[in-house]
Design a protein around this ligand. Sequence first.
Ligand SMILES: [Zn+2]
Ligand SMILES: [Zn+2]
Length: 128
Amino acid sequence: MEPSLTNNQKIVLEALEDSEQPLGAYSILFNIEKKGIKSPQQVYRALDKLIEIGAVHKIESLNSYIACKHKDCKARESTSFLICQECQKVYEVLESDLSDKFIKLSQESNFKYFTHNLEIFGICDLCN
Ligand SMILES: [Zn+2]
Ligand SMILES: [Zn+2]
């Protein structure tokens, strides 16, 4: 079932879907000001909801956001990205057993695993 989005959430999601690169909140705002969204708070509120439903992911180290290209993405809490240092493109990695590996790794240090945000830096196929 498609979660129903508010108008603002749709506008923010479309701005991210149209972008080749991850966008920061202020770049998003700049892109959609014409559509009636005027404040960063409106953008952040929409982003919070979009992240919650898995439609958008945050790239922590870049402090920016991308639209998820995968249907039924499970990455609501944990995310894994390949980040190209040449073109700044970000590719989401669909993980199968990464969480299991990190749970094991954490247990070895008597640590209780919750989530992870993995960012792998390198060069993408197009820039190689
Ligand atoms: Zn995703
Ligand atoms: Zn690249």
